[in-house]
Design a protein around this ligand. Sequence first.
Ligand SMILES: Nc1ncnc2c1ncn2[C@@H]1O[C@H](COP(=O)(O)OP(=O)(O)OP(=O)(O)O)[C@@H](O)[C@H]1O
Length: 250
Amino acid sequence: MAAALEISGLTRRFGGVTALAGVDLSLLPGEVLGLIGPNGSGKTSLFNVLSGHYAPDAGAVRLDGRDIAGWAPRRIARAGVTRSFQNLRLLKRLSLYENLRAATHSAASGRELFWQSRAAKRRERSQLMDLLALFGLEDKADDAPGALTLVEMRQLEIARLLAARPRLVLLDEPAAGMTPAETARISRIIAEHVLPGRSVIVIEHKMPLITALCRRIAVLQAGVKIADGPARAVLDDPLVRQSYFGSRPC
Ligand SMILES: Nc1ncnc2c1ncn2[C@@H]1O[C@H](COP(=O)(O)OP(=O)(O)OP(=O)(O)O)[C@@H](O)[C@H]1O
């Protein structure tokens, strides 16, 4: 099967720091990969390059065969890649519905929006309300996100990702700040609503979420990929345990 995503020799430096040092990584269509590693190992930098927020210094990023390395974020979003951020980036002054609408529009071209007919607008409203309903948020469509719980905010963020109709989803610490019970909940929500039919990379320090969602795990350390394979084998790898877990069992 041809890879959905093929990263080769990806390198990104910040002054004297090499955040990514020639990373190779590939993802099959529909595959779910857990990306782990100690703080500062380059995980978010990898997402930033994949989503176009940073240009790479070297290397290629092939999405369905096309090299998208160095493309602008909006062009990459239109090609089917969406991401979440460690810190929630909801639009606080807009309603939940408008947050979803803004996400749809950030992936659309200005021309598409200019020519949106009344029927298309109605269709869009019903699709976005269905999306809110999927997460049980339809009754709060006109509220601001500030009134939501942390899990609901993450759900809204996931709904925003889905509104952009991605083929590749990059989740950056979706359980950040959550209790074990909340982590289990968001993990079930991701399994049910995000994974089906999409290629997904998940960064997370909380191993219960990684092992619940990902059969395969890759590990970064100081910008270098030190392991990549079946989840259990990677987590049992002595090198990974030493570098990431300080040899604690996980
Ligand atoms: N915009 C930037 N400017 C300067 N240095 C940066 C920048 N972004 C990342 N770095 C550096 O690159 C290295 C990798 O950082 P990155 O945020 O990718 O790690 P991470 O694995 O995501 O860490 P964490 O688990 O703490 O989120 C770090 O040394 C970091 O300080």
